[in-house]
Design a protein around this ligand. Structure first.
Ligand code: GRF
Length: 186
């Protein structure tokens, strides 16, 4: 299965997916890494493992549709069949949703529908919940609202955002790999 990974940040999920593909633990090949942030650390990670990068900045386009058309062009050239979002901090718009119906997946650091959107871990700690977690879901037009594919609970380390984040990230990589494997073998 040919996949494009979308990321805007440090890219630990990108790296985990890439390693799983290389080790034949994930039945997929990353044909493109798409980022809206050319300066993100994930770009260095992709370069290091020789995965082509499409760094496309929204502000270079007049509309969101034009921005996504540019991404779509790169995706078509790469042959990507699925889009895997891993810390892509933008809402996916109609151009990509229509081009990849039910073929866009995201990972979110909370038990959705609790704490959608930005800073989900901080929100959970601030709210004082005892259990939060990780959700893998299909992407629709909403903010973290698509069909839930898998979830895993993680205990909140009381009042400690950093330790809670560490525990969440430790769970993310394995959960994403397992869920993608299941999805791609359907
Ligand atoms: C992860 O917590 C993921 O759940 C969220 O963004 C973060 C990305 O982290 N969507 P990384 O860049 O993969 O390290």
């Amino acid at each position: 299965v040919k996949i494009a990974v979308f990321a805007s940040g440090s890219g630990s999920n990108f790296a985990a997916i890439e390693q799983a593909c290389s080790a034949d633990e994930l039945n997929a090949e990353i044909v493109l890494m798409v980022t809206n942030k050319p300066e993100a650390f994930v770009v260095e990670r992709a370069d290091k493992v020789s995965i082509p990068v499409a760094a496309i900045r929204p502000k270079d386009f007049e509309t969101k549709d034009a921005y996504e058309e540019a991404i779509l062009h790169a995706l078509r050239e790469s042959g990507a069949e699925w889009l895997v979002l891993a810390g892509y901090m933008r809402l996916v718009g109609p151009v990509l949703l229509m081009a990849y119906p039910s073929r866009i997946v995201n990972i979110h650091p909370s038990l959705l529908p609790s704490f959608p959107g930005k800073d989900a871990i901080a929100q959970a700690v601030a709210h004082g919940v005892k259990v939060t977690g990780v959700t893998v879901h299909l992407v629709d037009e909403g903010m973290d609202t698509g069909q839930i594919l898998a979830q895993c609970a993680v205990d909140v380390v009381s009042g400690d955002e950093d330790k809670t984040a560490e525990a969440i990230h430790a769970v993310e990589h394995g959960l994403y790999k397992d869920t993608l494997n299941e999805l791609f073998s359907r």
